[in-house]
Design a protein around this ligand. Structure first.
Ligand code: SF4
Length: 238
């Protein structure tokens, strides 16, 4: 069995176990390449795992186009969770539309309003959630486990692609003709909100284009943090 075939077999087994033992489970898709590989695995196997995305209101048109590509290929509509408009309006009125460039606190407050609060609504009542995070993506993810206990949301969290490399993800996408975000072909290996993501140069860390004006160790959006600290949660023994 090739390396990719073994990874796919292990990931499919993890997803099937989540579907069997953790209903209702949800997959939080950022519509990036990793998430598209997981989307393909979940939808092709017709697993009862619903897929949602956080529509922050600041995404690139190319990212939003991925939603149409998923609909066209799989006849599936990703559920969108949006920020509360009053909170967005208050932040913009008080601080300005792009105040996240001013300080880490302002950036985290924007992420809290546009991502963390909607994520809480998306996860309410669920037994487990799934992400497309990989260990090799950054220094903040070096200890990522496939299965963790998310104490902040009081549920299990799965990162089925934790062991995958970037090359594995792209081999899977090409082999299975999976749609992907056009920005990946324009120097964006990691894609978030438009004003907080830039293309990277060859050889740069793959998350160097995310919140590029900040220290690398502070680069998480709060979806995996508690009280300003990274929650490298509690790995669950295999
Ligand atoms: S990534 Fe940028 S625009 Fe998006 S929620 Fe965070 S600070 Fe706001």
């Amino acid at each position: 069995m090739s390396n990719l075939a073994s990874l796919v077999a292990a990931t499919s087994a993890t997803l099937a176990r989540i579907a069997a033992d953790f209903t209702p489970a949800v997959f939080a898709s950022s519509l990036a390449a990793e998430d598209m590989a997981l989307t393909d695995l979940i939808l092709t196997a017709k697993l009862p795992i619903s897929i949602f995305s956080l529509e922050t209101g600041r995404l690139h048109p190319e990212t939003l186009a991925v939603l149409d590509a998923i609909k066209a290929k799989y006849d599936y509509e990703v559920t969108l969770f949006r920020p509360q408009q009053e909170a967005v309006d208050a932040y913009v009125a008080q601080n300005g539309l792009n105040a996240f460039y001013n300080s880490i606190e302002m950036r985290k407050e924007c992420c809290r309003i546009r991502k963390v609060e909607p994520l809480g609504r998306a996860l309410a009542g669920k037994k487990a959630w799934i992400t497309g995070q990989r260990r090799a993506q950054s220094s903040t993810r070096a200890e990522l486990a496939v299965e963790e206990q998310d104490t902040a949301h009081n549920m299990s969290k799965f990162n089925p692609l934790a062991d995958w490399s970037e090359a594995d993800v792209w081999e899977y996408i090409r082999t299975n003709d999976v749609p992907y975000n056009a920005l990946h072909d324009q120097g964006y290996p990691s894609i978030g909100c438009a004003p907080c993501t830039r293309a990277i140069e060859p050889g740069e860390d793959i998350r160097a284009g995310r919140w590029w004006w900040e220290n690398p160790d502070s680069k998480e959006c709060g979806l995996h943090m508690v009280d300003g600290k990274l929650i490298r949660i509690k790995a669950v023994a295999a």
